[in-house]
Every structure is written in structure tokens, then in C-alpha cells.
Design a protein around this ligand. Sequence first.
Ligand code: SF4
Ligand code: FES
Length: 251
Amino acid sequence: MATDVATQAAVPEVQAFNITLIIRRFLPEIDEEARWESFDVEVYSTDRILDALHRIKWDQDGSLSFRRSCAHGICGSDAMRINGRNRLACKTLIKDLDITQPIYVEAIKGLPLEKDLIVDMEPFFAAYREVKPFLIANSSPEPGKERRQSIEDRERFDDTTKCILCAACTTSCPVFWTDGQYFGPAAIVNAHRFIFDSRDDAGDVRLDILNDKEGVWRCRTTFNCTDACPRGIQVTQAIADVKQAVLRGRA
Ligand code: SF4
Ligand code: FES
């Protein structure tokens, strides 16, 4: 019918084009060290880097290894370096990159490389666990009631609740690259989330932990972490808030 034809004609065509992805590979069974490998792949203007990696894995080389789960910026499992910058592969539209040049993809830095784009996240999660990222309260709410909190008190840590533990911030930090003992931005962000929660009673314990030589004072305020965060968290500001709280208390 005429209406259907008009509706179909209005749907814009999705453009297809070819790109070259140069991926830093490491297969521990055969490689002594990581090496770059080039792949030509056809993609669409709606594709993300994750889609291109899938196409390579499914059509060209099934051994290509990377983590992913939700594909929608929620699970935090596909942080990687894309053209030298930490990003989530599932949130990086290929058409937003310079597609006239090869696109370089490699694992995030500063954590032990396991295979291709997969690193050992255990040191990252060990630092996260050390700051006690859970509510610690000395009293119980009244039976059948929730712990109450004002809107203003909730706003104090609103930004840091958004963390998805992707490690993009910590692995973009030059201090973390040179000193694997540094807690790193993500652990501090998750400490901030509870330090400034009026329902929590262990803020001072966390501030003591972060007042360590490997704690907040290692931060050199380079803002790499804030630039890298796919959730738009003001990571450097959160670290500054914690530094202030160590010096002057949380009030
Ligand atoms: S603060 Fe941002 S970059 Fe860092 S782990 Fe959380 S979501 Fe990822
Ligand atoms: S796959 Fe879940 S955040 Fe990208």
C-alpha cells in the first residue's frame, strides 16, 4: 500500500564500510610475548568495536579472546585500550573513530596479561575488597522500616554509586602502572560511596585504610581516570573529597 511504501522509504540505509583493526594478541600457548595482528573487517555505521571483535572471532579467528557480557555499558567487562585510550568496546561507535586509519585495540595496562585482550583482574578486585565496599552499620532499623536518609545526604555520594568496576580508571593511571600496590581510583571511588553515606558507621575505618602510603596520597591529579570513566563519574573529584575527609573529617 502507498503508506507502507512511504514508511519504508523513510528508513535510512545503514552504511557498510571496511576497517582495519590492529589487535595486540597474546596466546600463552604459543607466544613468548604479545604481538600485533591486523584484521580487515566489514562493519556498519551502527556497529561498536565490540561488534567488530565479534565478527573477527566468528568469521576469521575463533581464538581471539576478550571479555564481554551485557554489550550495553552495564557489566563493565569489556574495558580495553582503543587507539591508546581506555574505553568500553560496547560503547565505542566505530564511526566516531578515524576510520581512514587502522584502529588499534589492546588490553588495559598495569594488570597481568592472560590472553589477547584479557587481563587478570584479581589485583584490581583485591584493592576493591580492601576498602570494605559494603554498608557497615552499628544499629538496626526499626522492625519493618528502612534506614532513612535525606535527599541532601543521598546526593553526597550519588556520583560514585554509578561505578560498574570496569577498571578503565585504575588502568589509565600512571601511578598504578608504576606501582601495582597503589589502591587506584576505582577502589577510592567505591570507598567514597560508603564514606559519605550517612547510614554507614565505618567511614573512619576506610579513611584510615586510604591514609596509607599506597592510598589517596599517591594520586597525582592527572585526571586520566576522569577522562577514562565510561560512566562520567568525576573520579578525580571523588579522590579529592576523600583527601579532604582524611585531613578535616567528613562533615
Ligand atoms: S570509576 Fe568509572 S572507570 Fe573507574 S571502575 Fe568505576 S565505572 Fe569504571
Ligand atoms: S559488555 Fe558489559 S559493559 Fe561492555
